[in-house]
Design a protein around this ligand. Structure first.
Ligand SMILES: Cc1cc2nc3c(=O)[nH]c(=O)nc-3n(C[C@H](O)[C@H](O)[C@H](O)COP(=O)(O)OP(=O)(O)OC[C@H]3O[C@@H](n4cnc5c(N)ncnc54)[C@H](O)[C@@H]3O)c2cc1C
Length: 569
């Protein structure tokens, strides 16, 4: 049952909220986590999308791997629909957010948040993005103990190499780049991804010739069977906490529940942050109001401290809808790692010579297992996808129209733009001989980019987020430079055809809309509201240089928990 008051209420059980909840609960505080989406794999909600089920979960004995396997199928289309940002009852559609152009915001609602989707890449920020870009009020060194804590909890280790990584590493080495060994990256180079995915079972090594069952307990750890974007919690049959991908529901949520001090209430959309103000003082947060997404009933809960962890789109939306004090940076400064896709295609004979087999097989291994870092520009990473997702990302949309509209005579790629008709068919038919490289640029925070709300555009939880994103010339330039390096690496790896998408802005990584130093102080407490903290990626002052952000978001959320203990209890 949910009590009327707690020491701390955390809004959102996504990537970062459970980290703060776990740390505060370990210190003995009572913590309520309110999550807008469902709680999958929990016996309180055996049919989370069909019935309202229980009210809240306070024990790790509620967690069930068997139930998670039942609810998270390997059917890609079904899972992509299930993991939308919307209520547990999918018949009611998803929660709409307005985004410019052909792009979209990809986020999940549910315990685990967008880490249900994520591919587990857990690199650290580039030190220069913290210490040299001038956005951060703390030093990179301040994050280091927290990185270590998060990496231990998420069992971060170098990703295993399959054919697609082998090709990428070979191309990068031939293009003259160095192999990087340090987790704190200061120079450009390539390396295996530090992934928050358990090491594969040694019997799956290519030399071991294993052809048995891929379920637990025959196989423990990662099965190299991809599917993380679709939430596939392999190995199937494993207990909840033994799933290979350490998304926050599998890592921090069980640890938080095990303290006995945490209650998680899913299906609870927070619509207001309540405050009290004595004469002449800044307002102080005293609790929140939330709406049960099944019954539509509104409830309130009081707390000594309120932590917003609803993600970089919904946290500013909540602030703006709650009518908290004006601050010109609330919702502003959005970074999304302005991305692109560059694909290489190989001839059968060349591949045979390079790899000893005539296919790359993007669908084998971990989804994203090789990377190229370039502090100051961003990163490249190989992407293993199934043909459906790969076709959407790589060929389905382009900011520069169809391929036949673009002259690529002097470009480092053979074709650029959206593919259709026989050309699309030809490339998709050769899908197993293709490698996709995702370009992730170090876009910088600009005040014009971000979240606003307007009273006329509302859903059942109030005005919806209206998102603006326009890359600057500098952002475009960094992305172009990275795309050129990607093309060089693919060519050096022997690709016979290179295609660039010139993708429209799409928000896979969203950050920096409630920036430390602008909206939040160095403890991530709001400058304008006492006892109101933020512990999600919106608190990041920039896009951490282009590295995947979750390790840094979680490290900062762990640090924020220590700051809360220090200041408020
Ligand atoms: C396909 C894909 C792959 C990715 N892969 C990686 C990767 O490999 N590595 C990496 O670092 N990052 C990756 N990311 C990004 C990563 O998942 C996010 O950056 C991270 O989850 C953000 O954490 P967060 O806590 O800020 O927000 P979220 O994880 O989005 O969590 C916010 C939570 O708050 C809830 N919520 C929202 N509003 C309310 C409200 N009003 N009341 C109550 N609850 C609310 C939401 O339902 C959600 O559960 C990927 C993203 C996608 C889409």
């Amino acid at each position: 049952m949910v009590a009327p008051n707690y020491d701390v209420v955390v809004v959102g059980a996504g990537g970062d909220g459970p980290v703060t909840a776990w740390k505060l609960a370990e210190a003995g505080l009572s913590v309520l986590v309110l999550e807008a989406g469902p709680f999958y794999g929990n016996e309180q909600w055996p049919k989370p999308s069909e019935e309202s089920g229980g009210e809240a979960s306070s024990s790790s004995t509620d967690l069930s791997g068997e139930l998670l396997d039942e609810q998270f199928t390997t059917r890609e289309f079904e899972m992509v629909n299930k993991l939308l940002f919307g209520p547990a009852d999918h018949e009611r559609g998803f929660w709409f957010r307005k985004f410019p152009g052909d792009g979209a915001i990809l986020q999940c609602a549910g315990v685990g948040g967008t880490t249900l989707h994520y591919t587990g890449c857990h690199p650290r920020a580039y030190p220069a993005s913290v210490d040299e870009q001038g956005h951060w009020p703390i030093d990179y060194a301040d994050l280091l103990p927290y990185y270590r804590e998060i990496e231990a909890m998420c069992e971060v280790s170098p990703a295993p190499v399959t054919a697609k990584e082998e090709l990428f590493f070979r191309g990068a080495a031939r293009a003259g780049w160095d192999l990087l060994h340090d987790l704190n990256v200061t120079e450009p180079g390539y390396r295996p991804q530090p992934n928050a995915i358990r090491r594969p079972d040694p019997k799956l090594h290519v030399d071991a010739g294993y052809d048995g069952d891929f379920s637990y307990p025959e196989v423990e750890g990662d099965t190299l069977a991809l599917g993380n974007i679709a939430g596939n919690p392999h190995p199937r049959g494993a207990p909840y906490e033994e799933k290979a991908k350490r998304s926050s529901n599998v890592s921090f949520v069980p640890a938080a529940l095990e303290t006995g001090n945490v209650t998680i209430r899913p299906n609870a959309f927070v619509t207001d942050v309540r405050t009290e103000t004595s004469l002449g003082d800044r307002p102080t947060a005293t609790g929140v109001t939330f709406r049960d997404t099944w019954s539509g009933r509104t409830e309130r809960v009081d707390a000594e401290v309120v932590v917003l962890a609803a993600g970089a789109i919904e946290t500013p939306r909540l602030w703006l809808n709650a009518d908290l004090p004006d601050n010109e940076w609330v919702g502003r400064g959005l970074t999304i790692h302005f991305g692109d896709n560059v694909m290489g295609l190989w001839n059968e004979d060349d591949l045979d010579e390079l790899l000893g087999k005539d296919t790359v097989d993007q669908h084998e291994g971990q989804d994203i297992a090789a990377r190229f870092d370039y502090p100051g520009l961003g990163m490249l990473q190989t992407v293993g996808t199934t043909p459906g997702v790969g076709a959407i990302l790589g060929f389905g949309a382009s900011a520069s129209g169809f391929t036949f509209q673009n002259d690529t005579a002097d470009a480092p790629w053979d074709t650029m733009g959206r593919l259709a008709g026989p050309e699309l068919k030809r490339l998709l038919a050769d899908y197993r001989r293709m490698l996709q490289v995702l370009v992730v640029s170090d876009d910088r925070p600009h005040r014009r980019n971000g979240v606003t709300v307007t009273p006329g555009l509302a859903d059942e939880h109030g005005p919806i987020p209206v998102v603006n994103y326009e890359p600057s010339e500098g952002d475009q330039k960094r992305r172009d430079e990275l795309a050129t390096i990607a093309a060089e690496i693919l060519r050096e790896a022997g690709a016979s055809h290179v295609h660039r998408s010139d993708s429209p802005p799409t928000a896979l990584h969203v950050h920096s809309t409630m920036r430390m130093g602008k909206v939040l102080d160095e403890a991530c407490e709001a400058y304008d509201v006492e006892r109101l903290f933020v512990a999600d990626h919106s608190a990041l002052p920039n896009g951490v240089g282009g590295a995947n952000p979750t390790n840094t978001g979680q490290a900062l959320a762990a640090r924020t928990a220590d700051e809360i203990l220090d200041r408020c209890f």
